[in-house]
Design a binder for this molecule. Sequence first.
Ligand SMILES: [Zn+2]
Length: 369
Amino acid sequence: MLLGEPNHTDFDIHFQCFGISVRIHPGFWAISALLSLPAGREPMPVLGFALAIFLSILIHEMGHALAFRKCGIQSHVVLYHFGGLAVPDSVGSYVGYGSHYSPRSKIFVTAMGPGVQMLSAVLLVLVLRGMGKTDGFLSGVVRMPPSWTADPIGQLQDISNIDGALLPYHALQQFPEQSRPGLALVDKNQDALITLEELVEYESELEVTGDFAMQMWAEVENKIPGRYVPRAMLEHLTGAHLTALQLADRGETMLILWDDVVSAHLNSVSIQNKFLSIFCFGFIQIGLFWALLNLVPVYPLDGGQITRELFVLSGTPNAVVKSLKLSIASGVVIGLVGMKYDMMFIGIMFFLLAYSSYQLLQRMQGRYF
Ligand SMILES: [Zn+2]
């Protein structure tokens, strides 16, 4: 974003990054703490999320700053309570345009921020997938189908889709007491677990087909749903599916309980270290979700600036006025969507941005109030 730069304070932190000077205003820590506190009650998850915010925003602003440099403009980065800024050092070179700072260059500089930020998040997703880990965000929160991002969490879905891999069972004790002695005969393999197959087979042995098996099964099923994977499936599966089942195989019965498969698999594909796990979750959430949100055509977000330059480039008359009208409309719509999905922070932020676009428009049209 390009807004006014905050004042220097005694608590500013300064450092250099790829030859660009970076200043962290204390307001940045305040907003990071506010956004990180919901991450957990313990310090580690909160710190993990705060580090994700810091790195992702720094990468975003470095994208703008390095793109500025490519256009021959020196700039510095400021992190503060509204996120980050990349500020050109010499206002003359910025405002004075010159051949090397055309609308095209502006679009390039603006797009490079969210561009490298999103790229860094995608890289982290690729690294995690390479390690066979889930990020917990794309399939967990966004509900993206795991197969789209090769999330190993999807292996559970795959296994449950393999024909014959997942069979229902019920423990003998779950059936009505008076029918248990009869059911002991049903239980051919003596594992105290009754499958529908065993029940139907017994029914047909008694030559009373259609009499009781389905009805009895449905009654128990209503009470306690249970699933198992027959141990025999181990022979038919390879690779990740086999590993998932072996992890859950406690070798006590002929069955591998589905609940065990689920919990063992979740354990193996999630990152166990709390700090790292929240860091990855946050870095991907901020780098994809927030960066995408920053690209909507609302001024002064990066998306709003790109839209304005595109209007200018296309030669439309009243380009800036039109971009501001689009900004007001998009801000209101996103604000309403945010409210609808209980994202108060986003709702309020976009209503305020829509209002500030409205004020800008009034000023441009020469109406003050
Ligand atoms: Zn930006």
